[in-house]
Design a protein around this ligand. Sequence first.
Ligand code: ADP
Ligand code: MG
Length: 573
Amino acid sequence: MQNKIHLLPQDLINKIAAGEVIERPASILKELLENSIDAEADDIQISLDKSGLERITISDNGTGLSSEEVVLAFTQHATSKINSQNDLNKITTLGFRGEALSSISSISSVTVQSYNGIDRPVLYQIEDTGNEILIGQGRNRGTTIIIQNIFSKMPVRRKFLKSETTEYKYFLDYFISIAIGNPTVKFDLTKNNRLIYSLKKTSSFSERIFQIFNTIKGNDFFPVDYKNGNFQISGLIGQPQIARNINNYQYIFLNGRFIKNPLIHKAIKEGFATAIMKNLEPPYFLFFTINPDEVDVNVHPRKLEVRFNNPGFIYSTTKNQIIKTIEKGLQNNISIFSNKDKNTNFINKGFKNKSASINFTKNILHDTQQIESALSSSELIRSSKNALQVFDTYLIFEKGEKILIIDQHAMHERINFEKIVDQFEKEQNLTAQGLLIPLNIKVNDLTKEQIFSNDKFLRQIGFEFNIIGNSLVINQIPNLLPINRISEIFLKILSELELTEGEGGLNWTDIKNKVLATIACHISIRAGQKLEPYIISQLVSDLIKCKLPYSCPHGRPFFWEISKEEMERNFKR
Ligand code: ADP
Ligand code: MG
């Protein structure tokens, strides 16, 4: 080592701290938003120029700062939030390390306007060339901070920034997580002079979530509500059928602070394990409340990570609550809406996610002609007598120079789907069966309304029912539906009928087909069911009559061909 040991100059210390706290421009937004919320603001205006890379402006109506406080706020380790070691064990504010403002000012130009309602308004400017404090213009109580020339003093960091679009995504991520965590705060976000979000104050987390994401809707979620002493979990989890293979909509909050926590995420996924396929991601918005001294929030400079004193308890409680919520939700149709929410229009915002709509007519997975030739031949009917059923799930046929492996459930679904669509088109009705013992389901007001507004169609597909008080009494159902699953199926159909029609959404035929596909699914042979040879023959001859024998009505392929040649290649013959 050549150099002598020496203390680092303050400016360099700040820059090193900034490297940890301010990873990218969006981190500035996060820190400033947290400060505004800590300052008890309930109205926050954000404006991003050049998606935030040129200028970030945040105005709040919080407590404001005096001229002495403003100067102090920008020195390192200056905070009004903790005083002693003891305070570190019970953090209730979002900030507390006192590093953000000094870090931000070490890598950018800062202008602050503030008024605390008592002292004179201040204007504070921090530039490369020096700092200047002036008497500011009159304004309402609160603080405005303008950040410019971000990373101009750290060219290396500037170089690593991604495109404007990518950086903007990070801005949005922080904005959204903070907006969800603070529903009682009004937020306006303007980007390049365009208003992107205008979120009204609300007392309900779920309403805030639906204000932000207009592609998701309440009926797709189950409410989580657990309390044990000081430990609490509340929020929403997506119903199993809305899980997708992207991890959008996964948010964990701890004592109001958005966190990333692999332990809790794993517990949630474990809770969903039997309800969804492994590769799918359940949406969730969960708010954990825990004694501040049970958790260390000071393990990460950006305070995104935390450490629990009792991780085992957090893990098992979370997992168990997820399992309970799913079970209870599927049984009881708990709607997250109380009566008073009924009139708010976010209920009606539809599921406009295109990828979620089902394509009933197009075969995307197979070459149509190839399949037609595979099926049309009478050879298949003949060979069905020698079909082999394996795993009680797949049927294997020999057909000419090929073997054909068919998924029995998906095939039967296709057959039944076409039969009932056909019947419904011709007769406007489906065959129904009466119930000896009527089925009683508890329903809330929202569900009742959904039933009333779909009354005709529900009766057309075979349901007969009365609503008495809060009970739905069903005495007739579509033919062959499994009686022990009627309430689940009925509610699923209701939620499908809620799908919005119109632009970017589904049309009525899509919605109707979705419902008929649900019925087809439930009256079909399951995986795991042993089949007699005559049933297999019947299935094959039914299949050959299908118009679109390419995939099940949900778009999954149901067969797989392996040629003799391919087998020979594999066996190196
Ligand atoms: P921390 O939030 O960890 O305390 P910061 O560097 O982010 O540290 O802020 C320093 C201090 O400046 C805060 O403790 C707070 O007293 C004050 N402050 C920052 N932003 C605001 C604001 N928008 N309104 C009022 N006070 C603020
Ligand atoms: Mg702060």
